[in-house]
Design a binder for this molecule. Structure first.
Ligand code: NDP
Ligand code: HEM
Length: 493
């Protein structure tokens, strides 16, 4: 066979040209294969290493690149360079995900959706790793692994367990705010462009005068909210398990770029002592009436990844990636996440995951970390003789102008329950009684009844007591929906 000179020449990974990629090297035309056929060995060895561990949660995801643009001046709250001037544009990456399903899970399953954003700012990467919900199931990180176990497969049956989910939720009533959102229409968006995003935690902003403000981030979809019912989703899953990938990739490919407006709620630092709810409790929102949304900017997703694995699967989002002008808060969950993500990345991707192109900052990087597996970048301090610090050989040095103002803390060190100012029922009550319409409430009851299918009765009875406490109508609605389901089942038997 002659070579087509217009096409690049196939080589081994060591660069040696390959004469045949069709036939293994054998003794005789029937084989066996020779041990010396390194080309075959290399191909098989690479195939064996094509998979990396999937994310322990949020394994199934869809992402794209885009641009964030500032539309309003918030420099009085934050000196983050991303917010420096109105009109300033910053490149970014978004990855949306479901939480519980594995990488092959169907996209249209009812679940909380991840809403992870990486802003490649000129002062380092800022990651906001949020969800499409403003609250979370638990407010203490010690409970997170247990909660996730209830969402994953039962060790013996290898099936997901309704009993485990409702058993946990029934014993951790602060979770019922998030459960209400999950079981409402917003728990099953038609595709990722039809949902809001939230930073969920309370973070902080600080300005050049050293003032700190507590902040919550909101991203409002500009496509509007659109959702499927369970029945519609089941029908879609019957046709495709990849509906979100098809929708997001397809829209961006066709030039229909989805957009979200960024808003913040701002709380002056000392207000945190006065609010009737604990502003650092991740199971609570700040009511809009108390802290209205302030517009900041808008992002648009306008570029698909060229390679899903390299740019979406290997993307590493972490709450530990923060920049000047943005800080943490006492939120216990947030504190734990600062550890957990980079640890997960070192396991999932390797020591130098931040040097993978999708994770690499688009600003100068100088540090003194050395060596390690797969170190393909050499030294990043800028001078070969300056491989330690302090040094007098021109290596990178600290810049005190980036000092964060001190965080005021008080109290004793102990294993302490979250400060309870309002009960766990008040905010889901507001959502159930005031925000949802009659039709939305009816769908909520049906979705909960469906999710309770197969759960042990004692577990259901226990959790229903909590729904009654949120609102007697809520508990009654779920019981009626369960009775209706049971009647249908009996009629069908
Ligand atoms: P508001 O009446 O000012 O706002 C209600 C909020 O609820 C809006 O953000 C609305 O989103 C959102 N919403 C509507 N339907 C659903 C749903 N099915 N699931 C989740 N959110 C939904 O209310 P308050 O600020 O006084 O809060 C009342 C309750 O609303 C809270 O207890 C909380 O449960 C819920 N909520 C509050 C948020 C907040 O940050 N304050 C954020 C989201 C929910 P949209 O405007 O996009 O329609
Ligand atoms: C992914 C831990 C709470 C949103 C992950 C991953 C871990 C993790 C280990 C996988 C990371 C990776 O391999 O790349 C935790 C812990 C939590 C917590 C320990 C609580 C203590 C939350 C909360 C939110 C959230 C409260 C949202 C507000 C996400 C998202 C992803 C993720 C969006 C996927 C990020 C991506 O697209 O790559 N979490 N999580 N998590 N988590 Fe959490």
């Amino acid at each position: 066979m002659t070579q087509d000179r217009s096409r690049p020449r196939l080589t081994t990974t060591a660069g040696a040209p390959i004469a045949s990629n069709q036939h293994s090297e054998t003794a005789g035309d029937r084989g066996p294969v020779l041990m010396q056929d390194y080309q075959l060995l290399e191909k098989l060895a690479h195939q064996n290493r094509e998979r990396i561990p999937e994310r322990v949660v949020h394994a199934k995801g869809w992402g794209a690149f885009g641009t964030f643009t500032v539309t309003q001046d918030i420099t009085r709250y934050s000196c983050a360079s991303i917010f420096g001037q109105v009109g300033k544009a910053t490149p970014m990456l978004a990855r949306f995900s479901t939480v519980a399903g594995e990488m092959g899970a169907a996209d249209h399953e009812r679940d909380v959706r991840g809403f992870a954003l990486k802003f490649y700012t000129d002062e380092g990467n800022w990651d906001l790793v949020g969800n499409n919900t403003p609250v979370f199931f638990v407010r203490d990180p010690l409970k997170f692994p247990d909660f996730i176990h209830t969402q994953k497969r039962h060790p013996r049956t290898n099936l997901r367990s309704a009993t485990a989910m409702w058993d946990f939720w029934g014993q951790v009533p602060e979770s019922l705010h998030q459960v209400t959102i999950l079981m409402s229409d917003r728990g099953l968006p038609q595709d990722p462009t039809f949902m809001d995003g939230f930073g969920s935690h309370t973070y902080s902003f600080w300005n050049t005068d050293g003032e700190r403000f507590w902040v919550k981030f909101h991203f409002k979809t500009q496509q509007g909210h659109r959702h499927y019912t369970n029945a519609q989703a089941a029908e879609i899953i019957g046709h495709t398990r990849e509906g979100y990938q098809e929708a997001l990739f397809g829209k961006i490919d066709r030039g229909e770029f989805p957009r979200w407006k960024m808003f913040v709620q701002i709380m002056p630092e000392l207000d945190a002592e006065k609010t009737p709810y604990d502003p650092f409790d991740l199971t609570k929102v700040w009511p809009h009436g108390d802290y209205p949304l302030i517009e900041v900017g808008e992002f648009e997703l306008n570029r698909n990844a060229d390679n899903y694995f390299a740019q979406i699967e290997q993307a590493a989002f972490s709450p530990s990636n923060k920049v000047r002008g943005i800080g943490y808060s006492p939120d216990k969950m947030l504190q734990a996440r600062v550890f957990s993500y980079a640890d997960a990345h070192r396991y999932r991707l390797g020591t130098h995951y931040e040097h993978l192109p999708v994770n690499a900052p688009k600003c100068p990087v100088h540090h003194y970390h050395k060596d390690g597996q797969m170190n393909f970048y050499g030294q990043v301090t800028g001078s070969t003789d300056a491989y330690y610090e302090p040094n007098s050989r021109g290596g990178a040095v600290e810049d005190p102008s980036f000092t964060e103002p001190p965080l005021r803390l008080a109290g004793v060190a102990a294993r302490q329950p979250h400060r309870q100012l309002i009960d766990d029922y008040e905010q889901p009550r507001a959502l159930h009684d005031r925000v949802l319409s009659d039709e939305e409430r009816a769908r909520l009851y049906r979705n909960i009844a469906a999710a309770m299918e197969g759960a042990d009765e004692d577990v259901v009875d226990r959790v229903l007591v909590h729904f009654d406490r949120i609102s007697p109508a809520y508990g009654a609605g779920i019981r009626a929906a369960r009775a209706e389901k049971a009647a249908h089942r009996h009629a069908a038997e």
